[in-house]
Design a protein around this ligand. Structure first.
Ligand SMILES: *[C@@H]1O[C@H](CO)[C@@H](O)[C@H](O)[C@H]1NC(C)=O
Length: 183
């Protein structure tokens, strides 16, 4: 009788663990195409006139399109007199990684990247990259913000700039997040 009970117990256990088997799935948020699973797109502010893509004819910083995720990027130059710039990303998951393109040194153009990452309205995290004269190449797929062990929930990540009195450059390529799926 005991083995029957054991088998019964075991099959209940197997059945339940099958039902609750969770796996982490990697999902991508492209700057232009949006979320690979939900289609949700990043929200850029201001909505017009500041954020540019590779079709921008007057932009002078030209990354190599072959090395850009999904063939697109979104770049902006912050000018203090024109107000802050930002991009909001929404995702349901437990981890997030954001990737920027960093510009090379230029004597004429603003290539200092500095921004704030505010997750769910919490304390801002800062990223800063000031290219020196020896930095003559773009840097692609550079991780600028990374968090793991987040509660499994809907999150909002705001990428914005500190209100400094000088110009800043941002180039957002894509983000990856981990979705906790049930299978
Ligand atoms: C996230 O939001 C969606 C849509 O409102 C909802 O269906 C889902 O249950 C939420 N996920 C979590 C983990 O709260």
């Amino acid at each position: 009788m005991l083995w029957r009970k054991l088998v019964a117990l075991l099959s209940v256990f197997v059945y339940q663990s099958d039902l609750t088997h969770a796996a982490l799935v990697e999902r991508r948020i492209d700057d232009t195409q949006g979320d690979s699973a939900t289609g949700l797109r990043p929200v850029y502010l201001p909505a017009e006139g500041v954020w540019n893509g590779l079709d921008c004819s007057q932009c002078q910083l030209k990354p190599d399109i072959a090395r850009v995720f999904g063939g697109t990027y979104s770049e902006a130059t912050y000018r203090p007199a024109r107000g802050i710039v930002s991009v909001d990303i929404q995702f349901e998951g437990v981890a997030i990684d954001v990737y920027f393109i960093l510009a090379p040194f230029s004597a004429r153009l603003t290539t200092l990247t500095e921004c704030l990452f505010i997750l769910d309205g919490g304390e801002p995290a800062t990223f800063r990259y000031q290219p020196g004269a020896e930095d003559t190449e773009f840097i692609y797929e550079h991780s600028v913000f990374s968090r793991t062990d987040l509660p499994d929930a809907n999150h909002t990540l705001r990428i914005t700039v500190p209100e400094v009195p000088h110009e800043l450059f941002l180039n957002f390529d894509y983000a990856i997040y981990m979705y906790a799926g049930l299978f």
